[in-house]
Design a protein around this ligand. Sequence first.
Ligand code: 13P
Length: 263
Amino acid sequence: MDRKILIVGNWKMNLNVSQASILVHRLDQKIKIHKGVEMVLAPSTLCLQPVSMEIDRRKFRLSAQDAYYKDEGAYTGEVSFTMLRDMVSYCIIGHSERRLYFNETLETVRDKVSAAVRNEITPIVCIGETKTERTAGETKTVIHDQLITAFANLTSNEIENIVIAYEPVWAISTFGGEIAKPNDVQEIINFIRDQIKHLFGPIVAQRVRVLYGGSVSDQTVGTYLNLSGCDGALVGAASLNCYKFTGIIDVASKVHQTRLKIS
Ligand code: 13P
C-alpha cells in the first residue's frame, strides 16, 4: 500500500497570530519534505491567512477547523467555505467539540460536508461515540447514524475523496484522554469501511481515507498507523508542540517506508 499517510494537526482555539507564526517557523526548521506523509495544519480561522503566507507549501497544506454551510449572506460572525476555498485544502467538519459545545446536529454536519465539496474543499468528517454511548453498547449505531447523514447528499465519486476521522470522544485529551485500545480502534475502522462498502460500493470503501484521533502522540501513533485501513491521524494537543508533532511525522514516515517495502 503506497498511498501517503495523512497527519493533520488540529490547533483548536489555541495560538494567536504571532504564536502561530512562531510554531510554523519552528516546524519548518525541524520538518523536512516527506514524500510519504501529507502534513496538514489546522490553525484558527483568524490565523489561516497569515499562516498561508508563511508555510512552505511543499511541506504543509492547510485545513480550516469549521465553516458555515451557506456560501454568503446575512449570517453575522460566520465564515463560508466559499471564502476559504483558495486558502485551504481541507476543512474539519463535525468535530465532537462542535457537536457537544455548539449543538451541531447531524443535519448541520451534512450541510457543511456538502458545502465543502461544492467549494472544492476536502472535508475531514469527524465521527465518534461518547463514553456513555460506548458503555451502553451504542457505538456502532452512533457511527452508522453519523456516517449516513454526513454523506446523504453526496455521490459515490464525491465520497471517495473524503477523509473520515474516527475520534472516540472519551479518548480526546481534553475529554478524559483514555488511550484507545488498538483492537477497539481496528474494529471501528473495519466497521466504517464496511458501512461505506454497503452504502457506496467496494471501490469507494477502499479509496476513502480513514484517520484515527484521540490523544495521539509520538508514542502511540505508530500502533494506530499500523492498523489495517488506517490512513493517518488527527492530532490535537501534541500538534501544538513542535517536538511532539515532529516526532509523530517521523514515525509516520517510517511506517510509510515499511509499507513500501512490504507491498
Ligand atoms: P487530542 O489529540 O488532544 O486528544 O485531540 C484530538 C482531537 O480532538 C483532534 O481533533
